[in-house]
Design a protein around this ligand. Structure first.
Ligand code: HEM
Ligand code: HEM
Length: 171
């Protein structure tokens, strides 16, 4: 396959876009503080957990197949992209886990398919603590980072005209 037509596998492309929608949905449905206890945002929990579930096959597939071949890139751009993608992957794992922790600390149960997610921390009265705060700020940080990531992809596509968007598309 030439550099111009190289793209991620169909499964990775589908997972990329479903994950992006789930992250956006989780951010839009997020609640903080007492409201979470009074009226738990179940959609937020489910969308966030979908992100965690999807990252498993994604990482397995990604480790099994290298990224599609890319044209020559400036050293610092390539390093920036690798670091940015690595940070995005890290957040895709850390955010749902810290959210699960925050829910446990707040004593909020997370129903799923008729069961309940086991608590991973003891419930406390009052503020749920530093990790819950990291979750709240990280939740907004991933959206900003993904926005920058999207701008970079658009810049590659329309200014450098190197077909970057095609690498993450089905056709
Ligand atoms: C929450 C939203 C998003 C997340 C978490 C995300 C995450 C990622 C990650 C981790 C990669 C690296 C894939 C790998 O090498 O395994 C990637 C690649 C890519 N993403 Fe996103 N992404 C998001 C949204 C977007 C948007 C909105 C666009 C386009 C406007 C986009 C376009 C791309 C492209 C073109 C690639 C391939 C880059 C390359 O290898 O040259 N992404 N994304
Ligand atoms: C990618 C996935 C996720 C994103 C982007 C995200 C984003 C956010 C954001 C931005 C907030 C702050 C809302 C505010 O203060 O108004 C928040 C709060 C919260 N999220 Fe998530 N979240 C995700 C996954 C999860 C998951 C999987 C769970 C639980 C299973 C969860 C549970 C919570 C809880 C309990 C809070 C309230 C924390 C507090 O008030 O201290 N989140 N989330």
């Amino acid at each position: 396959m030439s550099v111009a037509t190289a793209r991620y596998s169909r499964s990775l492309v589908v997972i990329h876009w479903v994950t992006a929608l789930a992250v956006l949905g989780a951010w839009l449905t997020a609640e903080g503080g007492r409201e979470v206890v009074r009226n738990p945002p179940l959609l937020h929990f489910w969308l966030g957990l979908a992100v965690l579930v999807l990252v498993v096959p994604r990482l397995i597939l990604r480790l099994a197949e290298p990224a599609p071949e890319a044209g020559p890139r400036h050293g610092w751009l390539a390093i920036g992209a690798t670091l940015g993608h690595g940070l995005l992957y890290l957040l895709l794992i850390a955010l749902p886990l810290t959210g699960w922790y925050a829910a446990s600390r707040m004593g909020v149960s997370v129903p799923i398919f008729g069961l309940h997610l086991p608590a991973i921390a003891a419930p406390v009265q009052g503020r749920p603590g530093l990790i819950a705060e990291l979750h709240e700020n990280g939740g907004t940080f991933i959206l900003i980072l993904a926005g920058l990531h999207a701008l970079m992809a658009i810049w590659h596509q329309f200014v450098l005209r190197d077909g970057t968007l095609r690498r993450m598309s089905l056709r």
